[in-house]
Design a protein around this ligand. Structure first.
Ligand code: FAD
Ligand code: NAP
Length: 340
């Protein structure tokens, strides 16, 4: 039987993009599925539920001690099947998401361009059904392969079973803390058809009405580099709050009081999506700083760690923002990253 190396009292500050401190009493870095199964067995034997870690770009470490943490670092991208129009890839959970986007563009596999530069791992992508600029992961998912945390048993789920929603999936709900995603099968097109529905993309592309997939990726990358702080220089977890979905009645009330409120239709004619960034900005938080934490000047949805902040400091600021948005607009802001 192979042995797996465990680190004791591993500081996780360098493994999350908010650079928040927390200690994992036991830490496993797993590069293969065999290593993952051994680590799961170990956690099960000692009765601890492990924190499953990818790139650490969608978590908030409150500072509590983490009994066990398993980092998923498996690598591999292979072609499972190909027709004249599509390719299906099996991608290991530890592959960096943006590396996959680049790999696909170079290989002539299209569709992921709007999702360029999203930090994190392929394994975490189905958890919140990552999305940007009008494209969401679920458009490409064929199957998600998992191991049960409790006993290491394999199980896979088709797209319908993943119950994907807006920044949501079964992995955030019924299967939360139940399974580890080991591989994701993605179906991509061999001919590029680009989605430039978002005004920000159209502005960036200017006169280029029929961009190539590579030109679209370049536009996405340029906007993101301008608007979003790089976690390596200013630690953050991207959007801290989800865009709230509200009823038609609520939307009407808001429009009566705030003629400039930013909102979008959803798939349901009875619901509307509010731009959370607009709400936070209007509540006066953009550019606000308190102690070691703050709200980004260019994007009010992004909370930042200026200087060795603790998780609780950041969560206190988030709670103040939530309270003020509730008081002003009567709208509840839900925190997007998972808090540990
Ligand atoms: P982690 O932070 O490591 O984990 C997030 C959650 O997923 C945790 O609960 C973890 O336990 C779980 N998890 C991780 N790996 C696995 C696995 N293999 N199996 C089961 N559970 C797992 N998100 C968007 O949707 N769109 C964006 O445009 C976007 N832009 C961002 C920009 C910046 C600058 C940053 C910092 C973040 C952004 N995000 C965005 C959020 C984040 O990048 C994504 O949610 C990403 O998918 C998280 O990946 P990760 O590997 O870092 O996950
Ligand atoms: P933006 O372009 O300034 O737009 C503000 C908000 O309006 C976004 O949240 C977006 O919703 C919504 N929106 C804009 N045009 C829309 C349209 N045509 N139809 C429907 N909704 C529309 O947004 P941004 O903050 O610069 O972010 C750009 C994209 O990257 C967004 O898709 C955003 O979700 C994504 N992003 C996500 C994170 C994260 O951590 N989750 C971080 C950075 C960027 P959606 O958010 O639903 O797209």
């Amino acid at each position: 039987m192979k042995k797996l190396h465990a680190e004791h009292d591993r500081q996780l500050r360098d493994l999350n993009t908010l650079a928040l401190p927390a200690v994992a009493e036991l830490f496993f870095d797993t590069r293969t599925e065999d290593e993952l199964v051994l680590a799961l067995q170990h956690c099960s034997n000692i009765g601890e539920l492990p924190l499953i870690l990818g790139g650490g770009s969608n978590i908030v470490l409150s500072g509590k001690s983490i009994p066990a943490c398993i980092r998923i670092a498996s690598q591999g991208i292979r072609v499972l099947s190909k027709t004249s129009e599509h390719v299906v890839l099996t991608v290991s959970a530890g592959v960096n998401w943006n590396d996959l986007v680049e790999h696909c563009l170079h290989a002539g596999f299209y569709g992921l361009e709007n999702l360029a530069l999203i930090p994190g791992s392929v394994g975490a992508a189905p958890v919140q059904n990552i999305g940007a600029y009008g494209v969401e992961l679920d458009q490409f998912v064929e199957r998600v392969h998992c191991r049960w945390i409790e006993n290491g048993t394999r199980q896979s789920y088709n797209a319908e079973q993943c119950e994907f929603g807006y920044r949501d999936s079964v992995f955030k709900r019924q299967l939360r803390d139940k399974v580890v995603i080991t591989d994701v099968d993605l179906r991509l097109a061999l001919f590029g058809s680009v989605n430039i529905e978002y005004a920000a993309l159209q502005q960036e592309l200017g006169k280029l009405l029929d961009p190539s997939p590579a030109q679209l990726r370049d536009a996405v990358v340029a906007i993101r580099r301008r608007k979003l702080p790089d976690p390596d220089t200013l630690p953050n977890a991207g959007s801290f709050f989800k865009n709230p979905i509200v009823s038609r009645q609520k939307m009407q009330n808001l429009r009566e009081h705030y003629s400039k409120v930013v909102y979008y239709p959803t798939a349901s004619s009875d619901e509307f999506k509010l731009a959370a960034g607009w709400l936070v900005d209007q509540a006066g938080w953009r550019g606000f700083n308190a102690g070691n934490v703050g709200v980004h000047q260019e994007q009010a949805l992004v909370l930042v760690n200026h200087n060795h902040a603790a998780g609780l400091e950041l969560l206190e600021l988030a709670a103040r923002i939530q309270d003020s948005v509730m008081a002003l607009f009567g709208v509840e802001l839900e925190i997007e990253p998972r808090i540990y």
